[in-house]
Design a protein around this ligand. Structure first.
Ligand code: HEC
Length: 171
């Protein structure tokens, strides 16, 4: 009996720990992706901001003020130590999936965020034109790594505080 309990106990530990490392299953991830496609609006919204180097610069300034803590200075998560530990991970904004969205969809995502993920909505925080400028920036992202890490992550304490606030699991 003792041996049986011991074996069961060990089995329990194995099951528990395998759940912990595996994260969301393939089907869950697929289902979440499908749900996301359906709910994202703004497909036909037109970007009222001109596509010029000046507009990209303005967008970059807004982006680096509000989004860099998760997306990095360059939009590719460079130097964001917990980017892979968010669930789902922080998206690389230069990725094909993201670039396939229309400008309107990108604006909608900024405004509303993505439900059940760490991507917050900015309705009421950012002005409409600020979001549209950011969309222009997202079409002209700097090369990955070219701007280095956000300054806040050079300070270990500040970065730990941030991970706590965002409830990021430890490494
Ligand atoms: C607290 C962290 C955090 C901040 C701040 C943040 N994001 Fe995100 N963002 C995320 C995460 C996590 C995802 C991945 C969501 C997903 O996979 O659906 C994401 C995804 C995105 C996407 C892609 C959506 C998709 O379908 O995958 C865009 C576009 C985006 N963010 C833009 C921005 C912009 C612009 C800002 C600043 C106004 C910003 N984000 C601020 C965490 C953040």
């Amino acid at each position: 009996m003792k041996v049986l309990l011991g074996v069961l106990g060990l089995f329990g530990i194995l099951v528990l720990s395998s759940c912990k490392v595996s994260g969301p299953g393939k089907w869950e991830t697929l289902a979440a992706k499908k749900a996301k496609k359906v709910t994202i609006g703004g497909k036909d919204w037109k970007n009222p901001v001109p596509d010029t180097p000046e507009a990209v610069k303005i967008g970059e300034r807004h982006f680096q003020r509000h989004c860099q803590v998760c997306h990095g200075l360059d939009g590719h998560n460079t130097g964001v130590p917990f980017a892979d530990r968010m669930s789902p991970p922080v998206a690389d904004l230069g990725g094909q999936d993201i670039q396939a969205y229309t400008d309107g969809q990108l604006k909608w995502i900024i405004e509303n965020g993505i439900r059940f993920t760490g991507m917050p909505g900015w309705d009421g925080v950012l002005k409409d034109d600020e979001m549209w400028y950011m969309v222009r920036f997202m079409r002209h992202l700097p090369t990955k790594g070219s701007l280095g890490p956000p300054a806040v992550f050079l300070d270990d304490n500040e970065h730990k505080e941030m991970e706590k606030a965002l409830k990021i699991p430890a490494k």
